[in-house]
Design a protein around this ligand. Structure first.
Ligand code: GZL
Length: 348
């Protein structure tokens, strides 16, 4: 569609301005890596006149398989074919990079900003700048802790407190089924990035139920930052400190993969017939195979496929429709009893 109406003409000029700003940024910064926009994403003048919705996306990083699936879902949905020009930035798990990217999107006058806050605190100033620039902000996945929730338009993600509760409820049922409900149970927790919604909420959800079990002893809750390498490192430290672990809770599958390396090196088995119960979160394909093999007892799904939810929100906003502030995605709990029926249809 050519730039007919005043609004379209304004957006067309903005798209051309965004492209020009991008090229200038590339030239001045002397590198393409910060903005992560492939050459084929540079719009031609004709394409810029298609009246595409320009979205700036600050993704917190690429620390896990889950994160890669989340990025692929959003990049695969906010496409030119669907009417979008997406500018993607990978912040490499640094808040300062996200703030820099968001300020870049504001100066480029994008139509929408979407971002997954690496941690909950520290966003008031930059979100106020976006609000002052009249650019709607949609939070994806993780949350930002702000005093004024008008600083963002909507949030799409998982109920991570509920995910934590699901893990505790599964453990309650498991201990009853195995006749261990009165046993003293030693628990260690591999936590995600400290201060992130996933770490805060999964911990709170699990502890809300664990606190009613005096026989459950949480011996340690250590962060392994959602990565495999740190998961192995922290698991090694915990094994050295606590020789009598009964349950390991790992707040994402990538840390679980690292923990399994450390456990194997120490001759400790996990899962259905193992020495230690292993509870994981995310439910990425590689982990679900381990659930099927009985190595992971239970995997609490955290659905990264949020692209369609975001596109629906933007379409409503474009049409002047009201949108829900909180938009939760659907998710399951996988055990050896049910996982095989889903493995063949998993997309991440
Ligand atoms: C959860 C998400 C977490 C995943 C991890 O919504 O923020 O971050 O559980 C990812 O795999 O690193």
């Amino acid at each position: 569609m050519r730039c007919q109406s005043k609004k379209n003409r304004g957006r067309c000029y903005r798209i051309i301005f965004v492209v020009a700003s991008f090229l200038l940024t590339m030239a001045l910064s002397g590198c393409g890596s910060f903005w992560d926009v492939a050459p084929e994403d540079i719009l031609s003048e004709t394409e810029a006149e298609e009246d595409l919705i320009v979205v700036g996306f600050s993704q917190l990083g690429s620390e896990s398989l889950w994160r890669s699936a989340n990025s692929e879902s959003i990049q695969g949905t906010l496409t030119r074919e669907n009417g979008f020009f997406l500018e993607f930035n990978n912040a490499r798990q640094k808040q300062e990079n996200q703030i820099k990217a968001i300020r870049g999107f504001i100066s480029q006058r994008v139509d929408y900003i979407i971002f997954s806050p690496v941690t909950e605190d520290g966003w008031e100033t930059v979100l106020q700048e976006a609000k002052d620039a009249d650019i709607p902000v949609i939070l994806v996945d993780r949350k930002a802790s702000v005093s004024d929730d008008s600083l963002y338009t909507a949030w799409v993600g998982s109920d991570m407190h509920k995910e934590g509760e699901k893990a505790a409820i599964w453990l309650e049922d498991y201990l009853i089924e195995t006749g261990r409900e009165d046993e003293q149970i030693n628990i260690v927790v591999l936590q995600g990035t400290v201060g992130s919604s996933a770490q805060i909420e999964r911990t709170a959800g699990f502890n809300a139920i664990a606190s009613s079990h005096p026989e459950w002893h949480i011996r340690a809750q250590e962060s392994a930052d959602f990565t495999t390498a740190k998961g192995k490192e922290v698991m090694e430290q915990l094994l050295a400190k606590f020789p009598d672990i009964d349950v390991i809770i790992s707040q994402n599958d990538d840390m679980t993969f690292g923990a399994l390396q450390a456990l194997e090196e120490n001759g400790i088995s996990t899962g259905v017939n193992g020495d230690v119960v292993l509870i994981s979160f995310d439910a990425v394909y590689d982990a679900l195979e381990l659930v099927s093999e009985g190595i992971i007892n239970v995997d609490i799904e955290c659905n990264p496929e949020q692209g369609e939810y975001i596109m629906e929100l933007i379409r409503k906003l474009e049409n002047g429709e009201a949108v829900e502030k909180e938009n939760c995605v659907e998710e399951k709990v996988f055990t050896q009893e049910n996982v095989d029926q889903y493995l063949g249809m998993r997309t991440y």
